[in-house]
Design a protein around this ligand. Structure first.
Ligand code: SF4
Length: 239
C-alpha cells in the first residue's frame, strides 16, 4: 500500500481518467506502465496532433493552410492577422502551484498544467480575451466534458492574466461544419469554479489509494483493459 501521494500533478485529461477509474490513473501516471493503443485510437491521436501543429504554424505565418484546416480558413486567417499584431499567443502553456500561482511548466511545484491552443487578446490592455481550443473528432456525447474543460481553462486564464476582466472560451471543431462552442465568463463568475476544481485536483494529488472501478464502458476504452488494451489490469471486465 502506498502511503504518500503517488501523483503530484494534474490536468483536465488526467482528472478525467482518475475520476473514471483511480487504478487506471495510478497505472498510467504513477507507475507509468506502458499502454496498449488500438490502431484506430492511435491514428486519431496522431491526426489530432498533426492538425494542431498545422494550425499553430499557419497562425504564426510559418506554414500553409492544409486540407485539414480548410473548413476554418476565415477563422484562421483572422487569427493569423491577430498574431501579426502581437495580440495572440499560440500553444500557451500554463502551469500553477497548489495556490494557483503561475509557475514554469517543468517546475517541481507545477501542480496543475493547462495547455491552450490559442489566446486572443482583444486589445493590448488585455482586459478581454478569448481562449481557443481546436478539436478534432466527434462532438456528440462530449458536451459535458467539453463544457467542464472550458470552465477549467477559463479559470486558469483568469489566474494567469490578472488584468483580464472578461474571458470567452471557444472550441473549434475542425472536422465539422458546425458552429463553434463558445461561452463567456466574467472574472467573478469564473472564480466560482475555483473551489470545485481545487477540491477535485487535490483529491487526485493527495490520493494514496487507487481502487479499480471496473465497468464495461470504462474498461472497453482502457489501455490496460482486456478488450482493446494490453490486459495488464486484472480487474478489467470484458465488453
Ligand atoms: S481495465 Fe477497468 S478496472 Fe482496470 S484499470 Fe482499466 S478501467 Fe480500471
Amino acid at each position: 500500500v502506498t502511503t504518500r501521494p503517488a501523483i503530484s500533478a494534474w490536468s483536465f485529461s488526467r482528472l478525467e481518467v482518475f475520476e473514471k477509474c483511480p487504478y487506471q490513473a495510478k497505472l498510467s501516471f504513477a507507475d507509468k506502465i506502458e499502454q496498449a493503443m488500438d490502431p484506430g485510437r492511435e491514428e486519431a491521436l496522431n491526426r489530432g496532433t498533426r492538425i494542431h501543429k498545422e494550425a499553430e504554424l499557419f497562425v504564426k505565418g510559418e506554414g500553409p493552410l492544409t486540407s485539414g484546416l480548410a473548413r476554418y480558413q476565415k477563422h484562421l486567417e483572422e487569427a493569423a492577422e491577430h498574431y501579426q499584431k502581437g495580440l495572440a499567443l499560440v500553444e500557451d502553456e500554463m502551469a500553477f502551484t497548489t495556490d494557483w500561482e503561475g509557475t514554469s511548466w517543468f517546475s517541481d511545484e507545477a501542480w496543475l498544467r493547462v495547455k491552450i491552443d490559442r489566446v486572443d487578446f482583444q486589445d493590448s490592455d488585455r482586459l478581454v480575451a478569448k481562449l481557443v481550443d481546436y478539436k478534432t473528432g466527434k462532438k456528440d456525447g462530449n458536451e459535458v466534458k467539453h463544457s467542464q474543460q472550458g470552465q477549467l481553462y477559463t479559470l486558469a486564464g483568469f489566474c494567469r492574466y490578472p488584468e483580464l476582466q472578461t474571458l470567452t472560451y471557444e472550441f473549434v471543431y475542425l472536422d465539422h461544419n458546425i458552429p463553434t462552442t463558445r461561452k463567456t465568463y466574467t472574472r467573478d463568475q469564473a472564480m466560482k469554479f475555483h473551489a470545485w476544481f481545487h477540491e477535485r485536483g487535490m483529491r487526485m494529488t493527495t490520493a494514496t489509494e487507487f481502487p479499480p472501478k471496473p465497468s464495461r464502458i470504462t474498461c472497453k476504452f482502457c489501455p490496460y483493459g482486456p478488450s482493446r488494451g494490453n490486459g495488464f489490469c486484472e480487474f478489467g471486465v470484458e465488453e
